[in-house]
Each structure stands twice: as structure tokens, then as C-alpha cells.
Design a binder for this molecule. Structure first.
Ligand SMILES: [Zn+2]
Length: 461
């Protein structure tokens, strides 16, 4: 009888174990996310970054100021150890303000256009480039009209496809990334690329290009969406036979020393197993790099601060990494993964935030099916934050900065996804400023990240 009773109690008790831990996890997670939503420092940190540091292009004075800000922010968040990891980065400079305008002797005032040199591009030098412009809708048209290209400026007027929701950027950015070499292949002297954005305004959006070494390096600029339409109209009308004068003084200097900025809390049970969480330090120069990627850095730092604030002792080593040079080289992420390999580190998960500070929706999960099954079982913890959308791809990526870890260690990847419908309005342009980030949305992003970090740290992957 006693035995029977004991067994029944045992069965009852063990059946309620998962329920108990679920409740204690729900309570701990509520405490963690409330800490961020009520006492979060991410917004304040972002303000300091944007207003006291500003742009942080690789190799610039802003990059070094950003590194100092990062070290201090990590210490303030409770990092036991905060340090710099050296890496060589490209040093591209914009030079004096760019100019693009028709040049004729016929009229008193010829139209000019708002342009910005594309990162990594060569400049025209002071003498500029004077040539006729050919408008091209896409690469197919370029190939069809290749015999007309020699000696001309190619104007890629490819529109951001608003029906693609989350892949419009990837679709349109091809023209910024490889349009210069594609046109140089047929003898073009420069390219003008319609800004990669859904916004219709006067802000050119820069970004990086990659030259194909098989062809001459020609100058490349991006033009605001409004001025792209203006240029297109002029080319259809009375300026069709006129030359356009383009001047940029951009140039690539020798590589220079930059750093990944790293803050760590040592794990209590598995100190040799590492959880990496990060965003990137560098940003384009027209503004403050608030959404790209100030928000990703302050998200990551906030995860560490909040875990400390509620007194949570991580089992695994938590490492916050502010990666150098994501925008025009990826040297910081490559260095981090290479050093990890040399030190034979074990990386159990990596998380990246590089989609802005908008309302979080969930994660892109690049991992094995077995790992994802576990992650998927935690969905209920994300429902209170309305961010339970997990997009699985076996072995898929979570972002540019954590990608090399996956290559070296097959580390599970989490890329924070936001609604992302405003991000590209600001992206790489003069309006990527602090004022365009919402405090509550920003803190929600950190809360969603912290929730996943807590679960992976507690239960492993
Ligand atoms: Zn970015």
C-alpha cells in the first residue's frame, strides 16, 4: 500500500516537474524582460553613441571614438572583462563633396543631382568625368546594349521592389554592389546607381561596392530616388544629347588598424563554451549609424546588462562583440572567427542584431533540425512579446558578422528579425540618426534577444 502510494506521488511529482520549471522560467523571463522594458539602458546608450561619437566608418577618427564608447558601455553593463581585439581594416575616404550635373553651353542654369560616392569606389579626381549618360533598367538591358556603353556614364535606374517585403534590398543592392564592374566590362567610364530604398526623398543612400579585378575600376555614385526620376526625365527630354559632369574625390588608402570590442562574463558551469552576441561598430558617414548598426550594439550590450541586473549567473561564457568593419570588408568578423579557431574555442550559439531597432518579430534560425526543434519548443516564451516568428533554414545564416563562426564551428545562428519596413528608408543615408529610433521598440528587441540567450544558456542547444 505504502509502496503504491509512494509510486503514485513520484509519478505525480515527476509529471509536474516540467510544468514547475516552465513556471519558474516564465517568472524569470518576465523579470528579465521587465527589467529591460522598465529600466533599459539601450536607448540612453544609443543617444550617447550617436551624439558624442557619430559616424564610425572603418579607419576614421569616429571608429576609434566608437571603440572607446564600446569599451566603456560594456564595462558599465557589468562585463567582467572588456578588451580590444586587433584587426586590420580597409580605409576608404570620401574626400570633398561630390558633384553631378549636366554641363552645356546652351543654358544659364543646368540641373544638378544629389549624389554620394559609393563606399570602396575610386574617385574621378578634380578633373571629373564628362560623358553622355545611358539609362539602364537592369543587367539584362546592359548586356543587350553593350555596344553603346563605351565611354559613357551608366545610370542604373533599378527600382526597389516594394512587393518583395523582406528581400527587396537583396534584390536591388546587386546594382550598387557590382554595377560598376558590370559596366566597366563594356567600357563605361562611371556609374550612377539609384538609391537602394523604398523611400522617395532627396537622400542618396551609400553602401559598399566590390570591384571585379578583371575590369578597370571606375567611379561610382548613388543618387537619391527623387533625383533618379529627375535625371531619367531629363534624359528623355531636352538633355538627351548633353554631357553630364561627375566629380568625386573618394579614394582607398592603405589598410589601417581597427578593433573588435569585446565584453565577457565567464560561465559558471561551462566557461569554455561560448555564447556570442553582437552588432557591428562601423557605420557609413552621412549620418550617425543609429539604426545601422548602433541599435544592434546597444541591443547586445543590454542583454548583458539585464542578465546582471536580475542577478542571473550564466552557465556558459557570454561574450558581447562589437564587430569592426561589417560594411566594407567584414574584417572584424573574419578575425574573430579565425582567432576562435586558433584558440580552439567552443561556440555553442551566436546571435546578431543588424536589422535596426524596429519592432522585433523573431529570429532567422540557421542550425540543425534537432536544434531547431528545441528552439521551436520555446516559442511560448516569445508570445508575450509578440515576437514568436522563427524562420528555420538548416545550416542557414543569421547575419554577416556571425556567419564565419558557422563556417568554422557550425555554430547555431540567430539573426534578430524586425518588421523592417522603415529600416531601408534611413539605411546608409543622412537620416540614419538617433531621432528615427523608438525607445520602446528598441528595448523590445533587446528583451527578445535576452529571452533566447537565457533559454539557450539554461538548456543548451
Ligand atoms: Zn549593418
Amino acid at each position: 500500500m505504502f509502496k503504491k502510494y509512494f509510486l503514485a506521488v513520484l509519478i505525480l511529482f515527476s509529471a509536474s516537474l516540467p510544468a514547475l520549471s516552465q513556471t519558474s522560467d516564465s517568472l524569470a523571463l518576465k523579470k528579465l524582460t521587465d527589467e529591460i522594458l522598465l529600466n533599459g539602458k539601450a536607448y540612453e546608450n544609443l543617444y550617447r553613441l550617436c551624439k558624442s561619437v557619430g559616424q564610425r566608418l572603418s579607419g576614421s577618427a569616429g571608429m576609434y571614438k566608437g571603440e572607446e564608447w564600446g569599451l566603456q558601455a560594456l564595462k558599465d553593463a557589468g562585463a567582467e572583462k572588456a578588451y580590444l581585439q586587433e584587426c586590420m581594416v580597409p580605409h576608404w575616404v570620401r574626400g570633398q563633396k561630390e558633384f553631378a550635373g549636366f554641363k552645356t553651353k546652351k543654358r544659364a542654369a543646368d540641373p544638378t543631382f544629389k549624389v554620394l560616392a559609393i563606399g570602396n569606389s575610386v574617385g574621378t579626381g578634380d578633373k571629373g568625368v564628362l560623358a553622355k549618360v545611358i539609362e539602364i533598367a537592369n543587367f539584362d538591358e546592359l548586356d543587350r546594349r553593350k555596344d553603346e556603353v563605351k565611354g559613357k556614364i551608366i545610370f542604373y535606374n533599378y527600382h526597389f521592389n516594394k512587393t518583395l517585403l523582406h528581400s527587396a534590398y537583396g534584390d536591388a543592392v546587386r546594382y550598387r554592389g557590382r554595377g560598376a564592374s558590370a559596366a566597366a566590362k563594356y567600357g563605361a567610364v562611371a556609374v550612377i546607381v539609384r538609391s537602394v530604398t523604398a523611400a522617395y526623398d532627396d537622400n542618396p543612400h551609400t553602401g559598399a561596392l566590390n570591384y571585379n579585378d578583371s575590369f578597370p575600376k571606375i567611379p561610382a555614385v548613388t543618387i537619391s530616388t527623387k533625383d533618379a526620376d529627375k535625371l531619367s526625365n531629363y534624359l528623355k527630354g531636352s538633355y538627351s544629347e548633353d554631357d553630364l559632369f561627375l566629380r568625386t574625390n573618394a579614394m582607398m588608402l592603405p589598410d589601417t588598424l581597427g578593433h573588435n570590442v569585446i565584453g565577457e562574463i565567464r560561465g559558471s558551469e561551462f566557461p569554455d563554451e561560448i555564447i556570442t552576441i553582437g552588432g557591428h561598430m562601423d557605420s557609413w558617414d552621412p549620418a550617425e549609424g543609429a539604426s545601422d548598426d548602433g541599435t544592434g550594439m546597444v541591443h547586445s550590450i543590454e542583454v548583458m546588462r539585464a542578465l546582471n541586473a536580475i542577478g542571473y549567473k550564466p552557465k556558459h561564457t557570454i561574450r558581447i562583440v562589437l564587430f569592426a568593419n561589417e560594411e566594407n570588408g567584414g574584417k572584424g568578423s573574419a578575425k574573430y572567427a579565425q582567432e576562435a579557431l586558433e584558440k580552439k574555442e567552443k561556440h555553442i550559439m551566436a546571435m546578431e542584431s543588424d536589422g535596426g531597432g524596429e519592432y522585433p518579430r523573431g529570429f532567422s534560425c540557421g542550425m540543425t533540425k534537432e536544434q531547431f526543434a528545441k528552439v521551436d519548443s520555446w516559442r511560448k516564451y516569445f508570445e508575450p512579446l509578440d515576437a514568436d516568428k522563427f524562420l528555420f533554414s538548416e545550416g542557414g545564416g543569421g547575419g554577416a558578422d556571425i556567419g564565419p563562426l558557422q563556417k568554422n564551428f557550425k555554430t547555431a545562428q540567430f539573426g534578430l528579425n524586425t518588421t523592417g519596413q522603415r529600416y531601408f528608408d534611413m539605411h546608409h543615408s543622412a537620416i540614419d540618426v538617433f531621432e528615427n529610433v523608438n525607445a520602446q521598440e528598441l528595448h523590445l528587441g533587446a528583451a527578445v534577444m535576452a529571452t533566447m540567450v537565457y533559454l539557450v544558456d539554461k538548456y543548451g542547444l
